[in-house]
Design a protein around this ligand. Structure first.
Ligand SMILES: [Fe+2]
Length: 164
């Protein structure tokens, strides 16, 4: 758990440095962060892990899109590192979470879809620059979630653009 937190803190550091390299500043807060923290704390451990897993799987889809579409060596490198970490975070949370089935699993998927729709709406212009439509991102993220919860690797990944 300590290592997981340290890795997430390292992700924040890498992303801040990446923005810095691009001459952009970091924001002090975002409403979605407050909602995420509130949701995690308001629910019991199992639901907290389900919410955390949602964030991690959305991150998987987002970092892959960033890695494959950035067309910038530094951004691609940072995204690839974060993606490699997230690929291990997701099974880590799922191991602690245990089996989620039936109604809980269906509700989990609905909550995931809600989170992905918010990200797609909020990051539409960034996704467009990365060569992905909002709809395409939602589709990829849903496939990522389905693969993650059924513990199988995602297949049919689009190839990395040659410009990267
Ligand atoms: Fe993570």
């Amino acid at each position: 758990m300590a290592l997981f937190i340290a890795e997430e803190q390292n992700h924040a550091r890498l992303l801040a440095r990446l923005l810095e390299a691009a001459g952009a500043s970091t924001i002090q807060s975002h409403w979605s962060d407050a909602v995420f923290v509130w949701l995690r704390r308001a629910l019991g451990l199992k639901l907290e892990l389900m919410v955390l897993t949602i964030a991690e799987v959305v991150a998987l889809a987002y970092y892959r899109v960033l890695r494959d579409g950035a067309g910038d060596r530094l951004a691609t490198e940072v995204a690839a590192r974060l993606l490699a970490d997230e690929r291990r975070h997701v099974p880590f949370h799922l191991d602690r979470l245990g089996e989620v089935s039936g109604v809980s699993r269906a509700a989990w998927r609905v909550l995931f879809l809600g989170a992905v729709l918010v990200v797609a709406a909020d990051h539409g212009s960034a996704l467009r620059v990365l060569g992905v439509t909002r709809r395409g991102f939602v589709r990829e993220a849903m496939a990522e979630f389905a693969a993650a919860v059924s513990r199988r690797p995602v297949t049919n990944r689009p190839a990395v653009p040659s410009s990267a």
